[in-house]
Write a protein that binds this ligand. Structure first.
Ligand SMILES: Nc1ncnc2c1ncn2[C@@H]1O[C@H](COP(=O)(O)OP(=O)(O)OP(=O)(O)O)[C@@H](O)[C@H]1O
Ligand SMILES: [Mg+2]
Length: 350
């Protein structure tokens, strides 16, 4: 979107260590009648002020539970966390006044209109009369919802719904914003709009913790990424660092003649020393490049040529976060379609 949200954040006073979020050893169990689930199992997170941090993991990994503890909605069973220097248990009010949260199971009232929802929040936060209206109009405008403001939220599309949720979390410009799967289920255009909003907020000095199942989202937005699985952080770093951790990347090629694929595969294996993966596309194959494989890659095309194999498409790419996840956990990240078929959380009884 072209227009940034029509507001500025209050001057942020970063904590002395420069960390907006500093969590150590967070643990959370849920006890239901049938079983005890260790949803979060010793999570450490250090998020520098003014950065975007991506928490990437599959369904049930513990992402929402981490966010809810940091946002003071759940009390950790063990461990400590500070948000802008305030302890989430002992200083929960101070944390709440500094953070905004848009949940996966979000909070606006379906029966109210978009405008009514935002006005209610604005008044709750102490905006009065014309200043409340002004604030709300600015947000509706920034999120391209001015025309829909007078409609009940239950009539909104998924993308509009996500935008009103985001707008609601920004009525009081937060210095730290927790976004729990902000774009799950959105079409690419709405997803890009949300990404743009996040970029504007960060340019304004906010710190964002974003949970996602989308590799591309973490790649696009996050300065650092933690991969979480079964309640544990299993890898952490920049997107580039994570990708480098699985080797140099991969070569992918498409052949002119599908019948030459077995011959091509054996040339690839001989030259770069790793077994090629055969894609469902009968013309395509790819192979992981080992750490010291740059020279071998340079020899690959000539070797294929000598074997009489025509290769019209040849690319050398960094590994995707998908491959990172596969390498670390031994299983692929869930496909994007699966992300919407999420189970509804059990009622909390702890
Ligand atoms: N209120 C609850 N009561 C019981 N179990 C829960 C509750 N909330 C979460 N869990 C369980 O804790 C684990 C982690 O759940 P969490 O919602 O944090 O995962 P997530 O990474 O956010 O997953 P998703 O991508 O599906 O949103 C799961 O096994 C989940 O079923
Ligand atoms: Mg979740």
């Amino acid at each position: 979107m072209s227009d940034p949200p029509a507001h500025r954040l209050p001057d942020a006073v970063p904590p002395r260590d420069g960390l907006a979020v500093d969590a150590h050893g967070l643990v959370k169990h849920f006890t239901t009648r049938k079983q005890v689930t260790k949803a979060v199992d010793g999570v450490d997170l250090q998020i520098p002020t003014g950065s975007v941090f991506g928490l990437l993991g599959p369904n049930g990994a513990g992402k929402t539970t981490v966010v809810r503890m940091l946002a003071t909605l759940l009390r950790p069973d063990a461990g400590t966390a500070r948000v802008l220097g305030h302890d989430v248990v002992n200083d929960a009010d101070a944390v709440r006044s500094a953070v905004g949260l848009t949940g996966q199971y979000a909070s606006v009232d379906e029966d109210l209109t978009g405008t009514e929802n935002l006005l209610m929040l604005a008044r709750l936060y102490g905006f009065r009369g014309a200043s409340a209206r002004h604030r709300v109009e600015g947000l509706l405008d920034a999120f391209s919802l001015s025309d829909a403001g007078a409609r009940q939220v239950k009539t909104y599309s998924g993308g509009m719904r996500r935008r009103i949720d985001l707008a609601a979390s920004l009525v009081l410009a937060p210095r730290v914003l927790f976004l729990d799967e902000p774009t799950t289920g959105l079409d690419p255009r709405s997803r890009n709009q949300v990404w743009d909003i996040v970029r504007v907020l960060v340019a304004d000095g906010a710190t964002v913790l974003l949970t996602t199942q989308y590799l591309e989202e973490a790649d696009q937005l996050a300065d650092r990424i933690a991969v979480i699985d079964h309640g544990k952080v299993i890898a952490e770093g920049t997107s580039t660092e994570l990708k480098q951790s699985v080797g140099q990347g991969a070569v992918s090629m498409r052949l002119a003649d599908a019948s030459q694929r077995p011959a091509a595969a054996s040339v690839v294996e001989k030259v770069i020393g790793s077994e090629p993966a055969l894609a469902t596309d009968p013309y395509a194959l790819s192979a992981r490049v080992p750490e010291d494989g740059a020279d071998a890659v340079a020899r690959l095309l000539p070797a294929l040529g000598e074997a009489g194999i025509a290769v019209p498409e040849f690319t050398l790419g960094q590994p995707s976060l998908d491959e990172v996840f596969l390498t670390i956990t031994g299983k692929p990240l869930p496909a994007e379609d699966d992300a919407e078929a999420r189970p509804v959380d059990a009622q909390e009884v702890s």
